[in-house]
Design a protein around this ligand. Structure first.
Ligand code: SF4
Length: 271
């Protein structure tokens, strides 16, 4: 027998709103931490914590928190019920100690993810689809395993993206920017588009910009296989300005490299 008796039994009311909101505290005459991995294995949904060692679980519907030599349990409606449960719990622990050779211990510790770390993974729109009124409430519940990731359809996925396109003047200087909000779920441009100075054409295939005369010249040379240095010599502009034109052209056309730009130029008869 591991536990022979307990002491310091106290029966206290944890709140004033409910008649069953009573809890007990008691002290054990022996250190029971060796039982924690067995409880962790045997009782579903038990949570075994580290530093300090303690375990939380439900026995017969009563919430129990066990430290090495201390026990807290709730709720109870009266002291007799609490005393009866104390005996029931001690009996369970002694029985588990007696048959510990037959139970495979589970030493895994429960490490809750901090609420703010989880909050960073939801979009913060407070849409309520998860059943919680705010994303923070959802993150807090998730941290306590009271809800599941699947209940938020947007978990760790942005629901919109803001793509910033630079707009340069004819000398290659940044003149303005164009911000386009896109729906991250289907990558199609949303209707909300903010234009600034340079008109853009929105097509069903994405965003295409009207190229300036200078950009068309640069694009032709890029499509013809010229390097930035060669374009710089040919158009008598600095290599830096050429580079800016090229970046600008890529952004406007939605292409990633010179080959794609050349293909676009070919399709649009800019050769
Ligand atoms: S479903 Fe996701 S985005 Fe919507 S309120 Fe819940 S956590 Fe926030």
């Amino acid at each position: 027998m591991l536990i022979k008796e307990y002491s310091d039994f106290s029966f206290t009311q944890a709140g004033v709103l409910s008649t069953s909101n009573w809890g007990v505290y008691l002290k054990l005459d022996n250190d029971i931490r060796q039982l924690f991995p067995y409880i962790n294995s045997e009782i579903e949904d038990a949570r075994y914590y580290d530093s300090p060692d303690y375990i939380v679980f439900k026995l017969d519907g009563v919430h129990c928190t066990l430290y090495p030599v201390e026990v807290m349990a709730a709720p109870f409606t009266d002291q007799d019920q609490a005393l009866a449960f104390a005996d029931r719990l001690i009996g369970y622990l002694n029985d588990l100690y007696a048959r510990r050779e037959t139970v495979k211990p589970d030493h895994r510790k429960y490490k809750p993810v901090p609420v703010l770390d989880l909050y960073k993974l939801v979009p913060g729109t407070n849409c309520g689809e998860c059943g919680f009124t705010t994303c923070m409430a959802f993150a807090a519940a998730l941290s306590q395993s009271e809800t599941a990731v699947d209940n938020c359809p947007y978990f760790s996925k942005p629901i919109s993206e803001n793509v910033i396109y630079p707009v340069f003047d004819k000398d290659g200087n940044l003149a303005s920017t164009v911000s386009i909000e896109t729906d991250a779920s289907n990558k199609e441009p949303k209707k909300s588009i903010q234009k600034d100075k340079v008109p853009l054409k929105i097509t069903s295939t994405g965003v295409q910009a009207e190229l300036t005369h200078r950009e068309v010249e640069v694009l032709r040379l890029v499509a013809g296989g010229s390097t930035n240095m060669e374009i710089s010599d040919r158009l008598s502009i600095s290599p830096h300005t050429v580079k800016s034109h090229v970046v600008h052209i890529f952004n406007k056309l939605g292409v990633n490299d010179r080959t794609q730009a050349a293909v676009w130029a070919s399709k649009n008869n800019i050769l």
